[in-house]
Structure formats: C-alpha cells, structure tokens
Write a new protein. Structure first.
Length: 62
C-alpha cells in the first residue's frame, strides 16, 4: 500500500468517526474534553490527510 493510499484511508476513517461524535454527543458529559470538539478536530485532521493523500497520489502518478 502506497503512502498516498494510506493517507487517504486514514483520513476517510477519521472523518467517518469524527462526524458522529460532532453530531450526536452534545449531551454527553466527559470530565476532561468536549466530545463535539473532539469530533470536529478529528474531521479537520481527516480532511488534511485526505488532501495530503490526493496530492501525493497525483504527484506520484504524474
């Protein structure tokens, strides 16, 4: 598996895990963190990984 595909896969997984956290954990109380913010951060990091994977994939193929 190439680094580009690995980045794409990790990014998609992070976005898919972060989205439900962001949407559905508003009423859950955790002492240290807010799960909605954790979900938002996971989606942002996942988006960056997807963009990096796409960039590397285009760069390797070209």
């Amino acid at each position: 598996m190439s680094k580009a595909m690995k980045d794409l896969l990790e990014g998609v997984v992070l976005v898919l895990v972060g989205l439900p956290l962001w949407l559905f954990t508003e009423d859950v109380d955790v002492p240290v963190v807010t799960l909605t913010k954790v979900g938002l951060v996971m989606m942002c990091v996942g988006g960056v990984l997807v963009a990096t994977g796409l960039y590397r994939g285009v760069r390797e193929s070209g």
